[in-house]
Design a protein around this ligand. Structure first.
Ligand code: IPE
Ligand code: IPE
Ligand code: MG
Length: 259
């Protein structure tokens, strides 16, 4: 590779802020990227401009998490309920996902990101599905951060799907109902193989889960910020991680477990 090319591909690595303890970072961060529409409205722009800017915030967050040594980032990009939005907004989002994925795939490969798309991908436009299959395959062996993009994802749909898959195995006689435990159940979720998120960040101040990772968030620490997703930056992520490091996790016990 030529030197010029290497320089071209180089990017500044972010060092961990001194306020954070590298030994106590969450292994897995989940984020509900909310507030794109409000961000645009505040500027007198159409809602979709907020989604465009939201992509920049996601790229920023992924790079920061990767550079700071966080093992997995799971982002809520499109919920099973988001189909209820106006048709033009849904179409815009699908086209945006397609364009961004096509444009960013090379960088994801280069930066060792392992990307996966969680949710029911069947109803997505075929062009997008093709890109998803390609990106998943091309990055599957990457050793870097696990980047999960929840697309047409709903926590309830995921649980129903898991139940159905287990029921099918019972019906064939492969499995006895008494063998079904939490480990077996979790293995049928889209997140199979990924540890549960330690920290959930929701932007734009909404204090709800909105059908996100209902099973996996059982013991996640919650950080809700007023920052709108397109404005989510290094300072906002640092604040979320500082908040996380100030918590005492107990997991139902008595002893405080520091993150
Ligand atoms: C989140 O921003 C992005 C998606 C759900 C795709 P919103 O579009 O929900 O923005 P607000 O909540 O209307 O401000
Ligand atoms: C949650 O945000 C879904 C995503 C971020 C993709 P919404 O904006 O759809 O959630 P509600 O409607 O405010 O609960
Ligand atoms: Mg919203």
């Amino acid at each position: 590779m030529s030197r010029a090319l290497a320089t071209n591909h180089d990017r500044t690595r972010h060092t961990l802020p001194a306020s954070l303890d590298a030994a106590r970072l969450p292994a897995h961060v989940a984020v509900i990227m909310d507030g794109n529409g409000r961000w645009a409205r505040q500027r007198g722009l159409p809602r979709v401009m907020g989604h465009r800017e939201g992509v920049e915030a996601l790229k920023r967050t992924l790079r920061l998490c990767s550079d700071w040594g966080i093992g997995a980032l799971t982002a809520y990009a499109f919920s099973t309920e988001n189909w209820n939005r106006p048709g033009e907004e849904v179409t815009f989002l699908m086209t945006l996902f397609e364009r961004v994925l096509a444009r960013e795939l090379e960088a994801l490969e280069r930066e060792q990101v392992r990307i996966r798309f969680l949710g029911d991908l069947e109803p997505l436009p075929s062009g997008l599905r093709q890109l998803i299959a390609d990106a998943t395959e091309r990055t599957a062996a990457n050793a870097g951060i696990h980047f999960n993009v929840c697309t047409n994802y709903g926590g309830r749909a995921e649980l129903v799907r898991a139940a159905r898959r287990l029921a099918a195995r019972v019906a064939t006689g492969e499995l006895d109902p008494t063998q079904i435990d939490e480990t077996l159940f979790a293995a049928e979720l889209h997140t199979a193989g990924e540890r549960d998120p330690d920290l959930l960040i929701r932007t734009s101040g909404e204090q709800r889960i909105s059908n996100f990772l209902l099973w996996q968030l059982a013991y996640a620490e919650l950080h809700i910020t007023e920052v709108l997703w397109p404005d989510f930056d290094e300072a906002a992520l640092e604040a979320a991680l500082r908040d996380y490091q100030s918590r005492q996790r107990r997991f139902g016990g008595v002893e405080a477990i520091l993150p």
